[in-house]
Design a binder for this molecule. Structure first.
Ligand SMILES: [Cu+2]
Length: 224
């Protein structure tokens, strides 16, 4: 009798189906993943993302393209995207809406192996795919002067790299290079200065953090 009394109260079939419907209907929040152009390569070269996520390619130097396709012989070259990464076009974003693997390359530097892939997986609500993990990158205060703290959460112990670029995509400051850290929340401070120690002009800067196979970017505004 006790069993009969408890089950309807705590696991009524109608309630259980409502809970299940909410779980199934809640998609993973769409994320933005950053790929940085480093000399004649894309970093990271291979990304795994969820359907609906956006990839943002960030220029640092030179003249490049972000062109979908496996090679120039691929009949689908450039049909999804064929964007420039140059001193005047320093970012390119593309939202992936279908599952599958999309190879891409840089037209001028394909012969030097400047290629990458984006593997788009279907995010599901329950069970089969792990919940979408992010670094939860955020800076505070923002806008800031004289100093901002860049917070992020590592899902596992990892080497962490972090950098600040200006709005033109130039590297301003390397905050960390393969800094070994434990899982959990961490903070890095940026005092608004470049590598030479001089405070940068007021403006918007892009902070990128990589660790545990995750790569995220956030904008911070230095005010005077
Ligand atoms: Cu290139």
């Amino acid at each position: 009798m006790l069993f009969r009394n408890i089950i309807p109260r705590f696991l009524h079939p109608a309630l259980a189906s409502v809970v299940l419907a909410i779980l199934v209907a809640s998609p993973a929040a769409a994320a933005t993943h950053v790929v940085t152009q480093v000399d004649m390569s894309f970093s990271p070269p291979d990304l795994v993302i969820n359907v609906g996520d956006t990839v943002q390619w960030v220029w640092t130097a030179g003249f490049h393209t972000v062109t979908n396709g496996a090679s120039l012989a691929d009949p689908n070259v450039g049909k999804k995207f064929d964007a420039s990464l140059t001193p005047t076009t320093t970012m390119f974003s593309y939202t992936f809406t279908a599952p599958g693997t999309v190879p891409y390359f840089c037209r001028p530097h394909l012969v030097f192996g400047m290629t990458g892939t984006v593997t788009v997986q279907v995010a599901s609500g329950v069970g089969d795919v792990p919940a979408h993990v992010t670094l939860a990158l955020a800076s505070a205060p923002n806008p800031f002067n004289p100093r901002t703290l860049i917070g992020y959460t590592l899902p596992a112990a990892s080497g962490v790299s972090a950098a600040v670029h200006d709005a033109a995509g130039r590297l301003v400051r390397q905050l960390a290079v393969d800094l070994q850290q434990e899982a959990g929340r961490h903070e890095l401070a940026w005092d608004g200065a470049g590598e030479d120690g001089r405070v940068m002009p007021a403006g918007v800067y892009l902070v990128t953090v990589s660790g545990a196979g995750l790569h995220e970017a956030t904008k911070v505004t230095l005010v005077k």
